[in-house]
Design a binder for this molecule. Structure first.
Ligand code: E4P
Length: 243
């Protein structure tokens, strides 16, 4: 399962990218708005920073303008993936872009029926939003399992991108369900690496190491050689034997 960051913040992206596990980034209009400034500049910086899929979302609602917007977003860089919403115009535009060789991510998916539609237009990715379903008392993980099973049974090629993940167990369960990609915010990503036993174990290893260093004689200290020690010992034995 590939791991993506769900953010438009370049510092967060750079930090996680240094770990060597980042395969892509998903953005949405809210995440871009949070960064402020010129969206195009934000997208371009991310596209250049990460060697992986970067989802950029359309904001037009009519098929014509959405298609033009999609073409513009796809033209920004070869690693751009165009996000279209799960609405009729989004399907129409997604299908058209896909037939022109542009990779699409159908977003705001909340049902298995919607996921079937996304696969049928040949979308590169389908994004079920797990956390937002949980928020309204539904079972996001159950939906993810259903979509993975349907895609396997039907032989659909679209990637299942588990989105709106809120904690590390969402990520683990998404992997168990067979998701192709999991996208998560920075704070969930940083929690993946944490375990209290790792921290306490490391603390103990380092304390023991420091203790050992404290006990070691310094390299510059004058220490009697092994031969000198033996000679001293032999003399002592001679003295004792003489008594
Ligand atoms: C995915 O592409 C979306 O940007 C994202 O996962 C939404 O997550 P949220 O529900 O935390 O906003």
């Amino acid at each position: 399962m590939r791991l993506f960051l769900d953010t438009a913040n370049i510092d967060e992206i750079r930090e996680i990218d240094r770990w060597g596990v980042l395969s892509g980034v998903t953005t949405n209009p809210s995440l871009i708005a949070k960064e402020g400034g010129d969206p195009e500049a934000v997208w371009k910086e991310i596209l250049a920073e990460v060697d992986g899929d970067i989802s950029l979302e359309t904001t037009e609602l009519e098929a014509g303008p959405m298609y033009e917007e999609g073409l513009r977003l796809a033209g920004m860089a070869p690693n751009a993936v165009v996000k279209v919403p799960m609405i009729p115009a989004g399907l129409e535009v997604g299908k058209r872009l896909t037939s022109e060789g542009i990779r699409t991510n159908v977003t705001l998916v909340f049902s298995a029926a919607q996921a079937i539609l996304a696969a049928e237009i040949g979308a590169y990715c389908v994004s079920p939003f797990l956390g937002r379903l949980d928020d309204v008392g539904a079972d996001g993980m159950k939906l993810l399992h259903d979509i993975c099973e349907i895609y396997a049974v039907q032989g659909y090629a679209s990637n299942v991108l588990a989105a709106s993940l809120r904690h590390p167990m969402h990520v683990v369960d998404a992997a168990l369900a067979g998701a192709d990609i999991a996208t998560m915010p920075y704070d969930v990503f940083t929690k993946l690496v944490k375990h209290p036993l790792t921290d306490s174990g490391l603390e103990r290893f380092l304390a023991d190491w420091r203790k050992l260093q404290g006990e070691q004689p310094s390299m510059h200290e004058d220490q009697p050689s092994r031969a000198e020690e033996q000679a001293k010992k032999a003399k002592k034995q001679e003295r004792e034997a003489g008594h």
